[in-house]
Design a binder for this molecule. Structure first.
Ligand code: CMP
Length: 149
């Protein structure tokens, strides 16, 4: 089963949207394998977003992601990476489809509420940045057979 990293970003935490955002993923059927509230410090932010180093939005992005606690999660399910991306909507909330998290709660790309790994290699890089192996739980829910075929 595929795993992906999700960050409920500072704007969503400050706006009281943690529960709303977790509920959307949970209701969809994705299984929460790990979850915590944490403050991202600058070195971790720079590692996580290293791929964007040098871009015009990089320094504001580092300030944004370190500006308040965030909630980080590992979600799992078949095709979890793509399912999470589609549930979040396009990176720019202005372009996100109605019904997605970013469209329903956001307006601007620099305040887009939530992050999800953008592919299997990214997920393999990002998950261990935030969680040790023993923080990621393997378990089954009684409802799994009604969600996973
Ligand atoms: P995220 O999915 O976390 O990946 C990179 C983040 O950079 C993105 O969401 C936005 O929060 C932020 N960002 C700000 N400006 C841009 C931009 N012009 N293009 C892409 N990402 C941007």
């Amino acid at each position: 089963m595929e795993r992906t990293l999700v960050i409920i970003k500072p704007d969503a935490v400050q706006r009281g949207l943690i529960g709303e955002i977790i509920a959307r993923f949970e209701r969809r059927g994705l299984r929460i394998a790990a979850l915590k509230l944490m403050q991202i410090d600058e070195p971790l932010a720079r590692r996580h977003y290293a791929v964007h180093e040098g871009k015009p939005f990089y320094e504001p992005l580092i300030r944004y992601i370190t500006s308040s606690p965030v909630v980080v999660m590992v979600l799992e399910g078949n095709d979890a990476i793509e399912i999470v991306r589609r549930t979040m909507g396009a990176t720019n909330p202005a372009e996100a489809a109605p019904g997605t998290i970013r469209a329903d709660f956001g307006l601007e790309i620099g305040r887009n509420l939530v992050h999800g790994s953008d592919g299997p290699e990214t997920a393999a890089f990002e998950v261990p940045l935030f969680f040790t192996e023993d923080e990621i739980l393997s378990y089954e829910r009684d409802t799994d057979r009604w969600i996973f075929e």
